[in-house]
Design a protein around this ligand. Sequence first.
Ligand SMILES: Cc1cc2nc3c(=O)[nH]c(=O)nc-3n(C[C@H](O)[C@H](O)[C@H](O)COP(=O)(O)OP(=O)(O)OC[C@H]3O[C@@H](n4cnc5c(N)ncnc54)[C@H](O)[C@@H]3O)c2cc1C
Length: 372
Amino acid sequence: MSDFDVVIVGGGIAGASLGAEIAHKRRTLILEAEDHCGFHSTGRSAAFWLESYGGPKVALLTSASRSFLEQPPADFVDHGLLHRRGALHLSREGWADLPNGVESKRLERGEIERLVPGIREEWRHAVLEPGCADIDVASLHSAYLRLFKRGGGEVANGARLTGAQRTEGRWSLSLADGASLQASLLIDAAGAWADPVAEMCGARPLGVAPKRRTMVQLRVGRRGLRELPLIDDADGTFYFKGEGDCSVWLSPHDEITTGPCDAAPEEIDIAIAIDRFEQVVDWPIERVERSWAGLRSFAPDRLPVYGFDPGQPGFFWCAGQGGFGIQSAPAAAKLAASALLGDPLDPALAHIDPALFAPGRFSPSAATSSAV
Ligand SMILES: Cc1cc2nc3c(=O)[nH]c(=O)nc-3n(C[C@H](O)[C@H](O)[C@H](O)COP(=O)(O)OP(=O)(O)OC[C@H]3O[C@@H](n4cnc5c(N)ncnc54)[C@H](O)[C@@H]3O)c2cc1C
């Protein structure tokens, strides 16, 4: 079992969803360094679907993923993967700007108080985005892995890629445990490790930069919070949403540059999160129930990268999903699969230009031609 059409490096949501789209057409292997897929960013997200997030180009992918997440095919998973909660974008002055086409409504102070009892006086404006929903990330990820395997795909866990050479149109790949295998195409879905994997394969790194984000599960002296909307501010300094009856998931919206690693929360970021939370509501804080951190990896223009590398044949990018990799996965996987296999794009995605996300946008010739 050492000869494949396609090897995917990384078994997070990016590798699993793209793998599920291609496994029935190409003999495909997912290589995952950790003992289980989803150990890194995919297992650490805040799990929301927020159409306005990431700007208008990301919103194309997020919006196009909605119907699949809302009503997935019965043979994929037997329940919907979205649970609607709505989002409130708060501001002290003015109103948050949302991309065109995103359903939203401006709220006055009275309505804000009704939705968030105990909100501090200074938060006078809010834009309600009613479509925001929680995503059942674990079910989505495991359903993609199941579909991948049903299509004939194989998953190797504890299998870290450590070396790659391309000769005569084939990859010779070596793993940390000394095993080796061959493949025609290699997909880089390595999340925070996307650039190191590219370098290992002789491709020019694109500058995909991991940024640490902290999450805190906070117990507060207030009940009835489970269905609380996702609440953030227009300046991007915090967000929180209801978790349990008396608890919230809170983030200081941090974005700390780091190397690829098993990210852990820092005390200072937890303290900043709590301080910012206290400036929003007057709810007594009882304790931190748990905290975690994960990496959101961004290309220099903060758009994802799907497509063949312009300089290294047989090397395909599926990286840079930043803070939107779960909510955009269904559409992104279809778009990437069509670029990989040369198949026509799903008609439901016909309005999306794959060139927006192609890695060629970073090549020096693209820079020259756009500068002319
Ligand atoms: C705190 C936080 C909150 C977030 N909230 C949201 C949200 O609400 N909604 C949303 O849509 N997105 C959210 N995101 C973003 C989302 O989690 C990511 O965009 C997504 O999980 C990225 O998926 P991935 O498969 O690219 O990366 P990962 O899940 O990190 O998978 C990459 C995998 O590659 C493997 N790998 C790396 N190098 C090698 C190698 N050499 N050999 C073999 N395997 C290798 C790693 O072990 C890893 O498992 C959040 C992220 C964080 C950190």
